[in-house]
Ligand binder design. Structure first.
Ligand code: RRO
Length: 308
């Protein structure tokens, strides 16, 4: 029997697939669905200090090779997700609480609130929302990331990771990895959507905010996601685990993320389109690829991409 168990820092998980933040994780009902599914754990929608309505609709569109979104961070506020997480046992395997501040001060307020709450599980700091009007993605500001994490790790001692935007130049991987390696991060999650794409139908954009510019997800972005997972696998110190996100629609895609070095694999667009039953299918497809190749566990092939 193939085993899909994986670990992340001090935590261990029965399997390796879960939702990506933003998909099927807005409220209690959706989070309960994930917990009832074969997803091994879950991450919440990125929370801000106060609840937000998000951008005007239509703000998400499924397209033939993926999706485009400009949700604009609709969420129920940090207190809602902290209340929800009080009902979830953080044992050997933790949920992920995703947060993002609209300013540096707000990020600190959020993290201090988490630190003084009863939640002691994993926290994902989203440095890469592409859809906030007038606000750049912090992940593209290496110095800004360095300054923020320096301040955060002066007081924050829960297991913390960062969600990064995709990078496209090897020197940019070098620069951001050098910064990240200076901190006791538990994980790096790569990638968020490819920011500010434009999808056109006939003569018109597909979504309303920002005149149609939005984050690209789904099959379009798998090669970029795999490149980011593997580039960080080659550069980050081994104590920083990698979560692979982007373009996962099949067990083969999960396999490729793990081959590139991922310890957990997250599903966004395909979960939005197929619903939480997708986790059952992904696990079955992954198991059958592993069985065919004679792999018994993820360690047998994680990070072992062949080069020519
Ligand atoms: O809510 C969004 O518009 C959004 C966020 Br916070 C994010 O991190 N990534 C994305 O594609 N959309």
């Amino acid at each position: 029997m193939t085993r899909l168990q994986t670990t992340l820092g001090q935590f261990s998980f029965d399997s390796c697939v879960m939702n990506a933040s933003g998909v099927h994780c807005y409220d209690r009902t959706e989070l309960d669905d994930l917990r009832a599914s074969k997803a091994t754990t879950f991450v919440t929608k990125s929370a801000t200090l106060n609840p937000r309505e998000g951008n005007p609709t239509p703000r998400y569109k499924a397209v033939p090779l993926g999706s485009i979104n400009s949700m604009g961070l609709p969420n129920l506020g940090i207190d809602y997700y902290l209340d929800y997480l009080e009902t979830v046992e953080v044992g050997e395997s933790s949920p992920f609480l995703s947060v993002t501040g609209l300013s540096r001060e707000e990020t600190h307020t959020l993290l201090r609130k988490i630190q003084s709450s009863s939640y002691n599980g994993l926290v994902e700091l989203n440095l890469s929302c592409p859809n906030l009007i007038g606000k750049p993605q912090l992940g593209y500001d290496t110095e800004g990331v360095n300054d923020l994490l320096t301040e955060v790790f002066a007081y924050f001692d829960q297991p913390l990771g960062v969600k990064l935007p995709p990078y496209f130049d090897l020197t940019h991987f070098d620069q951001i990895a050098e910064v990240l390696n200076q901190f006791p991060l538990t994980f790096v999650n790569t990638v968020n959507s490819i920011g500010n794409a434009l999808y056109i139908e006939d003569e018109t954009v597909a979504i309303k905010p920002k005149n149609g510019f939005g984050g690209l997800g789904g099959s379009y972005i798998k090669p970029t996601a795999l490149a980011n997972v593997h580039a960080f696998y080659q550069r980050l110190k081994p104590s920083i685990a990698i979560i692979g996100t982007g373009g996962v629609t099949s067990g083969r895609d999960v396999f490729e993320h793990i081959l590139c070095g991922a310890r957990l694999v997250q599903v966004g667009t395909a979960l939005q389109e197929e619903g939480p039953a997708i986790f059952d299918r992904l696990e079955a497809e992954l198991r059958s690829i592993m069985a065919e190749k004679g792999y018994e566990c993820l360690d047998d092939f994680r990070g072992k991409l062949h080069y020519l």
